[in-house]
Design a protein around this ligand. Structure first.
Ligand code: TXA
Ligand code: MG
Length: 344
């Protein structure tokens, strides 16, 4: 199969909708990351997503809709869901709700719930409005790799495995949507994102974070969100997170970097604009401004991919605070590091 990248003109969006209705795959931009879409109601089309990504079939997909009304035939919408939809849709919040029979098992891994999201990216919205079906879409990466935040990242991973990539430029947020389980007695964040705990609690005060969001699963423990399993978002090199008081963190990163280079390994420190001057003589990559953590979210996955492109073997990254979007950042970093954290 030849993969085409197209700017999101009206014609390209119409073609994307046609391909999707015919059971083909299309990659498209959302405000979070690029998605790999297929008709959510067509098991054969959905099976192509799992094949293209090398994704285990027990990992359910998010179903994207063009409007809140379009979610009605797919799931049972309760009062809490209505309140959250009114506050955050369109936007980077995915809701787990009891599924209706129309959802095929291939889409939601046969679970009683289905994940529903209404993205706010104009290209995603135009494409969803143009197709007459809901679109199942995971992140458009090969399973296990960092999620794609540009059309080029999608091409790197999926060339020859997707018909069309709509190129909407770099994604604004850069981390995947917040996933909130509304089937639990207490609304529970199973994947943190840029709609933060604090923002959700302003609408539903009892929202909590699933404990497994910030730690590895215990042996035999069932994942609340199958996609949050152990190794994920992983660069090829080994990532170590360094946590503690800033001066000690800097000293530890300098020492780790010098040791790695001393052993002939290619190393890099992932840091922030505010800290860049502390690492003269080291290879560094700035994730953005600590004072504006959304800039770190925007850059993280591209940075991890860059580490692979440069064949960096040892990566050291300063831990960030888990307030606000920091929780989502540390959730992805912990998984990318396989929970390899050094406290100093
Ligand atoms: O921002 C996003 O959410 C992107 C864009 C493309 O919309 N999509 C995305 O999809 O990140 P994916 O498949 O890479 O991640 C979906 C996550 C996985 O961790 C999956 O296990 C979880 O949501 N999930 C989906 N349906 C679920 C369900 N019914 N129950 C529990 N977890 C579910
Ligand atoms: Mg993913």
């Amino acid at each position: 199969m030849k993969t085409r990248i197209a700017l999101p003109t009206d014609e390209a969006i119409a073609e994307a909708a046609r391909l999707l209705e015919n059971g083909e795959l299309v990659a498209f931009p959302t405000e979070t990351v690029y998605g790999l879409g297929a008709n959510a109601l067509d098991e054969t089309a959905v099976a192509k997503i799992f094949k293209a990504k090398g994704r285990p079939s027990d990992n359910p997909l998010i179903v994207h809709v063009a409007s809140a009304e379009a979610a009605q035939p797919l799931c049972y919408i309760n009062e809490r869901a209505k309140a959250l939809m009114a506050a955050f849709w369109p936007g980077p919040l995915t809701l787990l709700l009891p599924k209706k029979p129309v959802i095929p098992a291939a889409t939601n891994a046969g679970l009683p719930s289905v994940a529903i999201r209404l993205p706010r990216h104009p290209v995603a919205r135009a494409m969803l409005a143009a197709c007459r079906v809901p679109i199942a879409a995971p992140s458009a990466n090969v399973s296990g790799r960092p999620s794609p935040t540009t059309a080029q990242h999608v091409l790197e991973d999926l060339e020859g495995r997707v018909s069309l990539i709509l190129d909407g430029g770099p994604c604004e947020v850069g981390l995947e949507s917040t996933v909130l389980d509304l089937t639990a007695e207490t609304p529970t964040i199973v994947r943190p994102g840029c709609v933060t705990l604090e923002m959700l609690q302003a609408v539903l005060p009892d929202v909590r974070v699933a404990p497994s969001v910030m730690r590895p699963l215990a042996s035999g423990e069932k994942a609340v969100s199958p996609g949050m399993m152990y190794r994920h978002y992983a660069p090829q090199g080994q990532l170590t997170l360094v946590k503690g008081e800033p001066e000690r963190v800097r000293a530890a990163c300098l020492r780790l970097y010098a040791d790695a280079v001393g052993q002939g390994r290619k190393a890099c420190v992932l840091t922030f604009e505010e800290h860049a001057t502390g690492y003269e003589g080291c290879e560094t990559y700035s994730l953005g401004k600590l004072a504006q953590p959304e800039t770190l979210a925007h850059t993280l996955f591209a940075a991890l991919r860059q580490m692979d492109a440069e064949k960096v073997e040892m990566i050291f990254c300063e831990a960030v605070d888990t307030q606000g979007i920091g929780l989502a950042l540390m959730n992805r970093l912990n998984r990318a590091a396989s929970f390899h954290v050094l406290e100093v």
